[in-house]
Design a protein around this ligand. Structure first.
Ligand SMILES: Nc1ncnc2c1ncn2[C@@H]1O[C@H](COP(=O)(O)OP(=O)(O)O)[C@@H](O)[C@H]1O
Ligand SMILES: [Mg+2]
Length: 503
């Protein structure tokens, strides 16, 4: 038990100042103070300042916030202040773990990193964390995808079924072992490859040659079709479509079969329906033998839906169709419970006023009803203010890395119960790779220094893949660069959409 200083100035039960004698004390670390009524109380150093006093002596002052003391199973805040001048000590591991409710038991848990400022590993309970949906929010470059990959590694080890919506093609690197051995030593991590657990499908195989082709079933019903068509249909057009669908009922039919059937309808209304169906057809994702639900979702398998190099409307179409198919499948018990990760969620379920997406309505349904069927949603976004707030507010565990944009901070504060100004300050000051975790999976909000990955982070992997691709297919011409790539069929789909929307 090491003394770090003593209480300085006026004391409140929830906040107080410490005159530090140990200058190695850091912001964010936990300390303890003995209270004359309640015994040892845990507190956290929230900010520090250093200056010269009137005698030119250096002074270091810290602001601390009381976390609480434990009585039975509850963490309580003292009802009276500490004694002025009381000694302050570094908090011991067992006190921190008991008051923050950190687990020692590693069973059914995910090792995600170390408690910031302490040598205490943080294990989150799998069910509590993913059970009621999760969000991972932060500005670009703060470490969202890295943190998500750590979660994925742990979920794979826990044999959880996973489906990943991967717009940047960055999660395929779960197959490649990390080689940053020094960092792995620090977190007691061994390099690993999950090549035998990862299955990858892509919409654009030219830029993702290592993936299988994503083909989705075209067993639409009227409601789904009207939802995913690139334009809205009037009543006459809907009834034309309905009549064609009714004729095909009970048969196994392709999108092409449906188009042939619609063309036979004796009405002018069919033409708009036809052009909508052509749009879906040209996306290329309904052509061929569709993937089976059972292949998409399997315990211990991470299925990556790689959307790199695919035009936005097709990305939305894939998410809309896939999410609907998975939701229908899990409701009738065809697939086991699974973790559904949606990167760039602001594109797939945007907040009103920030665009429209055909995948919005199904994602909203999943957010509000999915949990009772075991459909565990995880939304990731660098623009929380632009994500549908109905979806965000359904996420009961929030993993928040550095955010500075005031609108995004406001959106986060609205989606978290018991959000405090202290949390906002903390979120603004977080370092890259450090995350504030709030909600269902933790008893108290905690800041975690997210562990190093067992697998390689995507940057170099993607570059290598792209390089390999360009040298293999010189005849294709040009260089591939992320989202600029549009496959032949996609660009004609884009043209078609423009035709429809610009009318
Ligand atoms: N927990 C971490 N440990 C080590 N490096 C990290 C960590 N989190 C992020 N980084 C570094 O920051 C970079 C950006 O992280 P990334 O997760 O890709 O950001 P984004 O929030 O945009 O998804 C990574 O390439 C990596 O170098
Ligand atoms: Mg990212």
């Amino acid at each position: 038990m090491k003394q770090v200083g003593k209480i300085h100035g006026p004391v409140k039960p929830t906040t107080f100042q410490i005159l530090l004698s140990d200058l190695s004390t850091e912001r964010g670390s936990y300390i303890k103070v003995n209270h004359d009524v309640y015994g040892w109380v845990l507190a956290k150093i929230e900010s520090m300042k250093r200056y010269l006093d009137d005698f030119d002596d250096e002074v270091m002052l810290a602001e601390a916030r009381t976390v609480g003391y434990k009585r039975d199973d509850n963490v309580l805040i003292p009802k009276t202040p500490f004694k002025p001048g009381e000694k302050v000590y570094t908090a011991d591991k067992s006190l921190i773990m008991s008051i923050l409710g950190l687990r020692r038991d590693k069973k059914d848990s995910m090792y995600i990193g170390m408690l910031e400022g302490h040598d205490i590993p943080v294990y989150l309970d799998v069910k509590k964390t993913i059970g009621k949906h999760t969000s991972v929010l932060a500005k670009t470059g703060a470490g969202k995808s890295y943190t998500v990959a750590v979660l994925l590694e742990e979920l794979i080890k826990n044999d959880v079924a996973i489906v990943i919506i991967d717009p940047h093609g960055e999660y395929g690197s779960l197959r490649i072992e990390n080689d940053d051995y020094d960092a792995m030593l620090k977190y007691n991590i061994k390099a690993a490859s999950y090549a035998d657990k990862v299955v990858e499908y892509a919409t654009n195989r030219r830029v993702n040659p290592n993936a299988g082709k994503l083909i989705l079933p075209s067993d639409f019903d009227l409601i789904e079709l009207t939802e995913i068509m690139p334009m809205s249909l009037g009543d006459r057009q809907k009834s034309t479509l309905y009549s064609a669908l009714r004729d095909l009922e009970g048969e196994r039919y392709t999108l092409k079969d449906l188009m042939v059937r619609v063309e036979q309808e004796p009405t002018q209304a069919k033409w708009k329906v036809m052009s909508g169906l052509e749009g879906l057809d040209e996306s290329g994702i309904f052509e061929g033998d569709p993937i089976a639900l059972e292949d998409l979702v399997q315990k211990g398998q991470a299925t990556i839906i790689n959307l790199l190099g695919t035009e936005h409307h097709i990305q939305e179409l894939v998410v809309a169709k896939l999410a609907r198919m998975l939701f229908d499948g899990i409701r009738v018990g065809k697939i086991p419970e699974f973790f559904f990760l949606v990167e760039e969620a602001h594109n797939f379920c945007p907040e009103r006023g920030f665009g429209d997406s055909i995948s919005s309505s199904i994602l909203r349904d999943i957010a509000s009803e999915g949990r009772k069927f075991g459909f565990h949603l995880c939304v990731v976004s660098q623009r929380p203010a632009r994500v549908d707030k109905n979806v965000l507010s359904q996420c009961n565990t929030q993993i928040i890395l550095k955010v500075t944009n005031p609108n995004d901070l406001r959106a986060i504060s609205h989606s978290i119960e018991g959000f405090t100004p202290g949390m906002e300050k903390e979120i603004r000051q977080l370092s890259v790779g450090h995350a504030l975790i709030v909600g269902e999976s933790v008893e108290q909000p905690i800041t975690v220094d997210i562990r190093v990955r067992e697998t390689k982070h995507h940057t170099s992997h993607v570059r290598a893949m792209v390089a390999e691709q360009s040298s293999d297919e010189d005849d294709v011409g040009g260089t591939f660069s992320g989202e600029d790539i549009v496959e032949g069929s996609s660009s004609s789909f884009l043209r078609l959409l423009k035709r429809i929307f610009l009318k």
